[in-house]
Design a protein. Structure first.
Ligand SMILES: *Cc1c(COP(=O)(O)O)cnc(C)c1O
Length: 362
């Protein structure tokens, strides 16, 4: 028997995560100059990263021969959230902390629930831990919390919720989320993934970390990859009870966050001007893209993130034409949304390039 067949069957059943096509790869594929390519495929910040974070990275280079010390970032997050440092777990991107929660609570013989069209990492983390994934039919492309509650089985240990969700951009009002938390059995962990939290309007936003006191089974995850513009540095975090954080820290690699990411994240947290600028640009860009999609008669799902998914007959062919025009968006056929593409909000000129290319590609 070949050695790879000795591997765990549930690992062999995993379909790998499909990332957005890197600019450098399209440049190689088409012989295009990197500067000619617009990438709106991975919900990255079109403004780059905070200038303060960039300066912190340069300064941190001097300390790279030393193992990282995560104290200062945890302290800054503790002050920001009003939670103790012992309730914060740092990750190599928030994907890392999602995986840590799965490793702590999931195993063969257990199950985890998520919504159809929810973030692709939830089935991945679930299956990697050997647990059974339960996908619950979406309602209007969003989470159907009643159906998710009904799907809870005696072996269910974890429920994944993204708010806003990627790739659909749907948003669950906090009152419904809170009622759901109240109804979920205390022995089931609810992971609330708030990767796009900072893109919500202040009027829509509630600080869910205040719920942790009441719900010991709640884990909230956030990231520096999106509005903070640090996707390439890989840093995110989870907030939860001290007990859950302790368990996650036991399976965490001791130095999962590198010195540059730690320093950058700490500086980024204080760069309110950059976050505000990113937020405003996203609002304007969302209006521009939605208006353009309407003009081209492309149906879209109203989004609360920094991206929008739209319907295009023969999306795979449209995607190919967009690529030939030097525009990278994200096909989401792997989510079962075969007629859809997801585009990240870019700068005004990137959005225009996309809309022009889309008009030629439809
Ligand atoms: C982008 C994203 C993340 C964050 O990923 P990182 O590992 O922090 O880069 C988490 N959840 C959702 C739903 C996302 O879209």
């Amino acid at each position: 028997m070949p050695i790879h067949e000795q591997s765990l069957p549930y690992i062999r059943s995993i379909s790998p995560y499909q990332p957005g096509k890197p600019i450098t790869q399209l440049a190689r594929d088409l012989g295009l100059a990197v500067e000619k390519i617009v990438k709106l495929a991975s919900n990255e910040n079109p403004l780059g990263m905070s200038p303060k974070a960039r300066a912190a990275v340069v300064e941190a280079i001097a300390g790279l021969s030393r193992y990282p010390d995560d104290f200062a970032l945890k302290q800054a997050l503790a002050e920001r959230t009003g939670l103790g440092r012992e309730r914060i777990v740092l990750g190599n991107g928030s994907n890392d902390v999602l995986d840590l929660v799965a490793r702590v609570f999931l195993a063969p013989g257990r199950s985890a629930i998520f919504a159809q069209y929810a973030f692709a990492v939830y089935p991945l983390a679930t299956i990697s831990a050997g647990a059974e994934p339960i996908a619950v039919a979406a309602s209007n492309y969003g989470h159907d919390l009643d159906a998710m509650h009904s799907a809870i089985r005696p072996d269910t240990r974890l429920i994944w919720i993204a708010n806003p969700n990627n790739p659909t951009g749907t948003f669950l009002p906090y009152a419904r989320l809170k009622a759901f938390l109240q109804a979920v059995p205390a022995e089931v962990v609810v992971v609330l993934d708030e990767a796009y939290n900072e893109y919500l309007s202040p009027a829509d936003r509630v600080d869910t970390s205040a719920w942790l006191g009441e719900h010991a089974n709640l884990v909230i995850t956030r990231t520096f990859s999106k509005i903070y513009g640090m996707a390439g540095l890989r840093i995110g975090y989870a907030l939860g009870s001290a007990e859950i954080a302790d368990l996650m820290n036991r399976v965490r690699q001791p130095f999962n966050c590198n010195n540059l990411a730690l320093a950058a994240a700490q500086a980024a947290l204080d760069d309110h001007e950059f976050v505000a600028r990113s937020y405003t640009l996203n609002r304007a860009g969302m209006e521009q893209l939605v208006a353009g999609l309407k003009r081209l008669a492309c149906r879209h799902i109203p989004s609360h993130g920094n991206f929008v998914s739209f319907c295009a007959a023969n999306a795979a062919a449209v995607n190919q034409k967009l690529l030939q025009n030097g525009v990278i968006v994200r096909p989401i056929a792997a989510y079962g949304m075969t007629d859809w593409l997801r585009v990240t909000i870019g700068t005004e000129s990137e959005n225009s390039r996309f809309l022009d290319a889309l008009e030629r590609s439809l």
